[in-house]
Design a protein around this ligand. Structure first.
Ligand code: ZN
Length: 399
């Protein structure tokens, strides 16, 4: 899948490159074709834009990671609060059941009280109404005083018993009401805690929705930046193909003889050592203990007092790239020497020549530094061979 995509990508670059050439050929006279200087200036601009976009992308990625960490933290906090809310809800449900039970008991008590009061009332009524009954009339109608006292005493005892029963029931009801009130108070406390947690959760949800929106926006920015980056890289490929073509044309025009405006003699493949003041190779080409599993595409020339020392052109040639950058090679020069040979001078403190300039063997072209991906002052010297800037080869085979 990836391979397929890559192939399609390459095809589209080739097609767009072909289109650009067609337009150049058809639309403008040959003399007005972009010069190598212009193409290199374009290259430098594109490279700068790519660096900037890559920087943007790195920032977006960092910020996305930060926002995602915050999102995760908020989700965790909300999860904890939700657990507490669920626990409170369970407790509240239990209290509701207990309160309902108490209410049922209270209702039962009220019914019992009402029933007993009714019985008491009926008894009193019967005693008053029935002349034969054991009532007041019976008391008043007693034949002797002692008989009346006995009757009255019996009535009083019945009344006391009823009264006591009703008082006990009333007390039991009051106890139940008190217990119910206590439960209701506990429930109110829990409900207030729960509503506090609910509002805290709502606040966190608000924060989370902001973070969610930020992440969405960052993802959009990322997609846009990646698309711009892909576009610039495609343009860069077209530009590189144009430079390659222009260099070949230049080479053909100069006929390898070194005559003509700005031309140079194609290299014989024997280069001059690029740092006259230092001959020490700190790190060799290819795999070594210094770079571990990382393939080293050149040799690192380093030694005491090397910082700021002159770097000279390894041979006659034309500056294809003169880049001031913070990544990778840092400030670097790429020089084309003809016959498909390039030299690259990386991590320079400053550059002494510009894009498109013709340089002579031994000419000072830059100064040793430690820019880009470098841990100390040194010259990363790379030799490349082949089309489209070639691929790295062992510099010692050319020195
Ligand atoms: Zn190196």
């Amino acid at each position: 899948m990836l391979l397929k995509k890559r192939v399609v990508g390459m095809l589209s670059v080739m097609l767009s490159a072909a289109m650009v050439f067609n337009i150049a050929v058809m639309g403008t006279p040959r003399a007005e074709a972009a010069s190598i200087g212009e193409l290199n200036s374009q290259y430098s601009d594109l490279q700068q834009q790519i660096n900037d976009l890559q920087g943007d992308l790195d920032s977006i990625t960092d910020e996305t990671a930060r926002q995602q960490a915050e999102q995760q933290q908020l989700e965790q906090q909300m999860g904890i609060i939700q657990q507490q809310v669920d626990l409170l809800r369970t407790k509240i449900d239990t209290l509701n059941a207990q309160i309902a039970e108490k209410e049922q008991y209270i209702e039962q008590k009220e019914a019992e009280i009402a029933e007993n009061e009714e019985l008491f009332r009926q008894r009193l009524k019967a005693q008053y109404m029935s002349p034969d009954a054991d009532g007041l009339s019976a008391v008043l109608g007693a034949s002797t005083f002692s008989e009346m006292l006995i009757k009255a005493d019996t009535m009083t005892r019945i009344a006391d018993h009823d009264k006591q029963l009703i008082e006990t029931l009333t007390q039991q009801k009051a106890d139940l009401v008190a217990a119910k009130d206590e439960l209701a108070a506990s429930k109110a406390d829990l409900e207030s805690s729960k509503s506090e947690l609910d509002s805290k959760n709502a606040q966190l949800a608000g924060q989370k929705s902001v973070v969610d929106a930020n992440i969405d926006q960052l993802n959009q920015q990322k997609a846009m930046t990646e698309s711009q980056l892909a576009q610039r890289r495609d343009e860069l490929k077209v530009n590189q193909a144009q430079i390659e073509a222009a260099i070949k044309e230049n080479e053909a025009n100069n006929g390898g003889g070194g005559s003509g405006g700005g031309g140079f003699t194609p290299s014989s493949g024997v280069f001059q050592w690029p740092v006259p003041s230092c001959s020490n190779i700190y790190a060799p080409y290819g795999y070594s203990a210094i770079y571990g599993s990382e393939w080293h595409t050149g040799i690192d020339i380093s030694g005491g007092g090397i910082y700021g020392q002159a770097i000279v052109a390894a041979d006659d040639g034309q500056v294809v790239s003169a880049i001031y950058g913070n990544y990778g090679y840092g400030n670097y020069l790429l020089v084309y020497h003809g016959n498909g040979l390039y030299t690259l001078y990386g991590h320079c403190s400053s550059l002494a020549v510009g894009k498109g300039e013709t340089v002579r063997r031994g000419q000072t072209i830059a100064y040793v530094g430690s820019t880009g991906n470098s841990t100390g002052p040194h010259l990363h010297f790379e030799v490349r061979q082949g089309g489209s800037y070639g691929s790295d080869v062992n510099p010692l085979n050319y020195l």
